[in-house]
Write a protein that binds this ligand. Structure first.
Ligand code: RFL
Length: 406
């Protein structure tokens, strides 16, 4: 793919080099990279700033992603405040089995709530680097993506007027239900995988009950525990897809969590008020390629990975680094290599993480499938992590995303 030379001179008011859809981790990281590179852009976001700064989601950030943020001046608060984790624990056979992946690799995870990262990124973009951003926009539409002069239109929330912004590139970072996915042409290949299970995603106003991630493999179903902050902990409970969160009063939730994460050699969980209860129908998808004319997809707009292995935000950041750097190289120096290779470079890590999530899903859910054969092979996989150094090293590498190349 090649692009005509970027046009010279300052952009007119209704014309910008890049319009970014979505102020999530992907869009804000792209925006920050563009601003640091001296490229003008506009971020369009359907929600309010207050809303995106509070929306609870991810918390596990991989070390290479933190390094990428650091290199771009975006990790100051994260490295000062986030916890580091170098172990996880599998609970099965009524016991806790500690897995020291840090010891095996010399690497660790960072735990930093997604709303904290989004708050940092939006502050840096809008308040420090002077980036333009419009919150609360409505009815976002993409136009002429296959031409050299695409545009984006939207309704301004204050005036109710339609606005049109012409640009050179559209960065589609507006998540799983944004306008970018709605604008995909028929040639887009969308691969989807349904796990056939649900997860009740919970946020508890309670301190973490362990200093590491807990994976509970139980015949009743999977249960998970992940620290978010000293006072808030994320829990997951496997449930039927489409289950109603109202059928899960707090007492039922805590009884199931205590049961599925029980280990004779560990204290019971510390309980607290449940701040969030939502059922996720677990599925993954990948859009290929990730570029359609002048539309470059990044993050959940391009690929979704169920939160089993805590990979989604990390993939969004990887895309954003590659897209931000590629756009700056092209728009300031006319170098098209980064943009030309963007889709392929992203998709290698995307597919690797998709496969790992499937593999980990089998470990998490095999014991409760009701099929003794699957329960037997699941237990064999789990035990192998503690009996085979080669299997342990492979797991640690995939869990941390530290392979030498993707
Ligand atoms: P986001 O964060 O969804 O941001 C997209 C933004 O676009 C806005 N938007 C629009 N803007 C303009 N025009 C439109 N038409 C628009 N439509 C929507 C939205 O309001 C939003 O602000 O996508 P992005 O940037 O690609 O980031 C992806 C991550 O948010 C996602 O992958 C992670 O949250 C996934 N995930 C996890 N990932 C990890 O790496 N580690 C974790 O520990 C982890 N835990 C999780 C998770 C996702 C979860 N849920 C909610 C599915 C835990 C959970 C429960």
């Amino acid at each position: 793919m090649t692009f005509p030379s970027p046009h010279a001179g300052p952009p007119a008011a209704s014309r910008l080099p890049v319009v970014i859809l979505g102020a999530g981790p992907a869009g804000l990281t792209v925006g920050n990279i563009l601003r640091a590179g001296g490229v003008d852009c506009l971020v369009l976001e359907t929600e309010s700033r207050e809303f995106i700064e509070r929306r609870p989601r991810a918390g596990v950030v991989e070390e290479w992603a933190v390094r990428g943020l650091e290199e771009r001046g975006l990790a100051g608060n994260l490295t000062a405040r986030a916890q580091r984790h170098a172990e996880c624990e599998f609970r099965f056979d009524g016991r806790g089995h500690r897995f020291p992946y840090g010891e095996l690799t010399g690497r660790h995870h960072w735990f930093y709530p997604q709303p904290a990262l989004v708050t940092d990124l939006v502050r840096e973009y809008a308040d420090v680097r002077g980036g333009a951003i419009a919150f609360g926009v409505r009815d976002v539409r993409l136009h002429d993506l296959d031409s050299g002069r695409p545009s984006v239109s939207y309704t301004d929330p204050d005036s109710g007027e339609r606005r049109l912004v012409r640009c050179d590139f559209v960065a589609g970072c507006d998540g799983a239900r944004g306008a970018s996915r709605g604008a995909l042409p028929a040639r887009a290949r969308i691969s989807r995988y349904d796990y056939g299970i649900g997860w009740l995603a919970l946020l508890a106003e309670a301190p973490p009950s362990s200093d590491c991630v807990l994976f509970g493999m139980h015949p009743d179903g999977f249960a998970g525990h992940m620290a978010r902050s000293p006072g808030v902990t994320r829990y997951y409970l496997q449930c039927p897809p489409g289950d109603d969160p109202d059928d899960w009063p707090d007492e039922r939730v805590w009884a199931a969590l205590q049961q599925r994460l029980r280990a004779a050699d560990r204290p019971p969980l510390t309980e607290g008020r449940l701040l969030e209860k939502r059922v996720l129908d677990m599925h993954n998808y990948v859009v290929e390629p990730m570029v359609f004319g002048r539309l470059f997809l990044a993050g959940d707009a391009a690929h979704l990975v169920a939160p089993i292995a805590a990979k989604g935000m990390n993939l969004a950041l990887n895309d954003a680094f590659l897209l931000g750097d590629g756009l700056v190289a092209y728009l300031t120096r006319g170098e098209a290599t980064g943009l030309d290779g963007y889709s392929e470079a992203c998709l290698r890590r995307v597919w690797d993480y998709q496969e790992f999530s499937q593999w980990l899903s089998e470990i998490c859910h095999g014991a409760s499938h009701g099929d003794p054969y699957r329960a037997g092979t699941t237990l064999a996989r789990l035990r192998r992590l503690f009996t085979s150094p080669a299997a342990a090293a492979a797991f640690a590498e995939q869990y941390l995303g530290t392979a030498a190349g993707y």
